[in-house]
Design a protein around this ligand. Structure first.
Ligand code: FE2
Length: 427
């Protein structure tokens, strides 16, 4: 039997740099799950070959912020009528009393499949660890292992109700890390007092050091311009020098700070070099609910953070749950909303929004050796029916092919519209 040099060859794919419009039409050779060649006109043959007809090849989407434990529960046990974060927390408080391993596993797995079909191969999920049985955590840790051949899942231990608001929560958070959560989370703006919020950040950094884990904190997810835990996170990152391992999620209050304070803070953030995750779909709906007019947009200063050299990514956050009843998990929907509400409509800015759901998010998740279209890296990539990144965000189509670790795990046939009636009428 002939031993082939490649298991799969993708022919005539378009590779495009983010910072210029430089395009290259190349073949990609894949062997044993790895990219082993990227060249024009590979002259070998492989058992499986696909002519991409100059379609765009992209690194896969990275979902840097989602809550898989609560996905697909919208309306259970009731709908969020006020549309606020805090009514969402109350509803989830009731829903989580009915969690079972099967319930969480089934919903999360359905979501992961839907995400994979949409080109997402790396997911960071928060999981509520203020539920005393830690059912959702057990389900997602087990699922992390079950899906690892086609999806990389990172689990953040997230104390949804606060670390110090209930007596058992501090222990539950540490137990979650002992059980194997990849990162430690928090919610300082929802602790009972400012002092407890500051104390919670200190505790998060202690745990991250003790268990050698990443940090991802829900930070200042509120319109209150006095919510200033971001400066506490930045200071802790400066003191410990672990900024690249730290993420501040949401930071929506940053959009409401006065400019004098925001300017000073930006300098501290540049020293801290922490990562940021904004969730434009969710925060445009949850925030601004206490405003009359003008209503605030409720997102952090995405454009300014990017302009100041900080790493920013976009997350979906919620899909059909007590906080957001819509969504399919599509990261192009997220980037599309980011373009609008962050005023990122310039050509370079649109490309940057694409990076916020791909390469920037990969940096936040520390995916270094697993991510990117390079020889020697795992063959995880997507093929889009789009001319370029701008066109991908504009059209928001599902990828034609999703390849994970060398295997085609999903393909989608594009829809086509028949105009026969119009043609008949206007002939
Ligand atoms: Fe969140």
């Amino acid at each position: 039997m002939t031993e082939h040099t490649y298991d799969l060859i993708l022919r005539r794919g378009k590779l495009l740099s983010f910072d210029t419009d430089k395009r290259k039409i190349l073949d990609i050779g894949i062997k044993n799950g790895q990219i082993t060649a990227i060249k024009p006109n590979l002259n070998q043959s492989a058992p499986q070959e696909i002519d991409l007809e100059e379609k765009l090849i992209s690194p896969p989407f990275v979902e840097s912020h989602i809550h898989l434990d609560s996905v697909l529960t919208a309306g259970e046990p009731r709908w969020n009528q006020s549309g606020t974060l805090f009514e969402g927390i109350q509803i989830w408080g009731d829903r989580k009393k009915t969690l079972s391993l099967e319930d969480v596993t089934n919903r999360a797995l359905n979501m992961l499949k839907e995400q994979a079909a949409q080109g997402i191969l790396f997911v960071r999920t928060h999981v509520d660890v203020s539920e005393p049985q830690l059912i959702a955590l057990k389900a997602l840790l087990e699922l992390r292992d079950r899906v690892k051949n086609w999806m990389t899942l990172q689990v953040v231990a997230f104390p949804q109700d606060g670390i110090y608001s209930h007596s058992q929560n501090k222990t539950l958070l540490e137990t979650a890390l002992e059980m194997g959560a990849d990162a430690v989370g928090g919610i300082p703006h929802y602790e009972l007092t400012r002092e407890d919020g500051v104390r919670s950040i200190k505790r998060i950094f202690e745990l991250a050091e003790k268990y050698n884990r990443l940090i991802d904190i829900h930070c200042d997810e509120i319109d209150d311009e006095q919510s200033r835990f971001l400066e506490v996170v930045a200071a802790a990152a400066i003191h410990t020098q672990i900024g690249s391992r730290v993420t501040a999620s949401h930071t929506t209050a940053f959009g409401s700070y006065n400019n004098a304070y925001a300017f000073k803070l930006m300098g501290f953030l540049q020293r801290a070099q922490i990562n940021f995750i904004a969730n434009p779909l969710i925060n445009i709906t949850l925030q601004g609910r206490a405003d009359s007019y003008p209503k605030r947009r409720g997102v952090t200063r995405v454009k300014e953070l990017w302009q100041n050299g900080l790493n920013v990514s976009f997350g979906h956050d919620c899909v059909q749950d007590p906080w957001y009843s819509l969504g399919t998990g599509n990261m192009l929907d997220v980037a599309h909303m980011g373009v609008h509400i962050c005023h990122m409509t310039g050509r370079e800015e649109v490309n940057t929004c694409y990076q916020m759901v791909t390469t920037n998010a990969a940096k936040t998740l520390h995916l270094e050796e697993k991510y990117g279209i390079e020889v020697g890296k795992p063959a995880s990539l997507i093929v889009l029916d789009a001319k370029d990144y701008y066109d991908a965000i504009r059209t928001r189509n599902k990828p034609r092919y999703v390849i994970s670790q060398g295997k085609i795990i999903a393909s989608t046939t594009p829809e086509s519209t028949n105009f026969s009636l119009i043609t008949a009428v206007f002939r």
